[in-house]
Structure formats: structure tokens, C-alpha cells
Design a protein around this ligand. Structure first.
Ligand SMILES: [Zn+2]
Length: 183
């Protein structure tokens, strides 16, 4: 039993980054023995609560009040450094049984961007990604796979920038290098 408990704790900590409900389901499916189930659910629920509390604090630091729906969306986005489209977030919410309307998802994403919790990356006029890493950096965009990957800011140096239009100031430089799979 002790070995099983240790195994569960280790497995739980490895998986402890997305959300409580889904982790619980995964764990129950893996080990049907009733005593193991209890250990597993406890570990996962504890992990889920801690993650949610940390996200709540993060929203608060950026002046965003934590409604249940905002927490559901933030939990997906801030699980790891990543780039997600609004459609991917909506699909993930559906998958985990969270009932959040499309309008709420879009409004929340706009609010997170305005409050500095997320960064928007415009790949083309019809494709926007939401980046959970807000520090300055650039991106590779693979047109074949639709995948965005980070380029550290110091990997690109700019010799010269054109003068900005009259009455404006430069806010930042976001470079998206488009690549395709070599054939
Ligand atoms: Zn990025």
C-alpha cells in the first residue's frame, strides 16, 4: 500500500497542471482498486485547489476579479507556457465539461490581454493566438502544422527600424517567421 501511495503521489505531481476534474478521471481509470482511488482523488483534488488558488491570486494582481468562468479559462491558459487560439480554448472547455459561452471566452480573452495577463499574436488577419508568456519574444509559425513556437527576444537583432508614423510611438516589435515543412 505504501508503494502504491508513493507511486500515486509521484504520478499525481507529474500530471498536476491542467485541472482537478480531468485529473481525477484519468487517475480513476488507471487504478480501479478502491483504496487507490481514495488516495488518488485526494491528491488530485488538493493539487487542483492549489492551482486554482494560485490562478486566483494571479488574476487579482492584474486587477481581474475571479469569476468561475474566468478561472476555468485561466486554468487552461496558464497550465503551461503555450499559445492557444480562442477555438482551441472553447474546445478544451467543452472537453472538460465546463459550460462557458463563446462570447464569454472572447470577452475574457480580450480582458486578459488588456490587463497584461496574455499577449495576442496575430499570425494573419484570420488567425490570432493567445500567448501565456507575456515577456518580449518572437515566433516561428509553421503554416503546415499551424503550430507557433517561441524565439527568444535576443535571437533576433534589428539593425534599423523605419520612423514611426507622425503622432505615434513604437510600442514593441513582434516578429513572426513563417516556415513550412521541408519536403
Ligand atoms: Zn510565444
Amino acid at each position: 500500500m505504501r508503494v502504491a501511495a508513493l507511486w500515486m503521489t509521484e504520478t499525481a505531481s507529474k500530471l498536476c497542471c491542467v485541472n482537478g476534474l480531468r485529473r481525477t478521471k484519468v487517475a480513476v481509470a488507471w487504478r480501479p482498486h478502491i483504496r487507490m482511488r481514495i488516495i488518488c482523488i485526494n491528491v488530485f483534488t488538493w493539487g487542483g485547489l492549489k492551482v486554482r488558488e494560485a490562478i486566483k491570486e494571479r488574476l487579482g494582481r492584474h486587477g481581474v476579479s475571479a469569476t468561475i468562468q474566468r478561472l476555468d479559462i485561466a486554468e487552461i491558459l496558464f497550465a503551461a507556457p503555450q499559445h492557444m487560439s480562442a477555438e482551441q480554448i472553447i474546445a478544451e472547455l467543452k472537453l472538460t465539461g465546463k459550460n462557458v459561452s463563446k462570447a464569454t471566452v472572447y470577452n475574457t480573452l480580450n480582458m486578459f490581454v488588456a490587463q497584461g495577463l496574455l499577449r495576442e499574436v496575430h499570425v494573419d488577419p484570420e488567425r490570432t493566438f493567445y500567448d501565456s508568456t507575456t515577456a518580449p519574444h518572437h515566433h516561428f509559425y509553421n503554416v503546415d502544422t499551424g503550430k507557433l513556437t517561441d524565439i527568444p527576444a535576443n535571437e533576433i537583432t534589428l539593425e534599423r527600424l523605419p520612423e514611426v508614423p507622425f503622432g505615434t510611438v513604437a510600442e514593441g516589435v513582434d516578429i513572426v517567421v513563417k516556415v513550412r515543412n521541408a519536403t
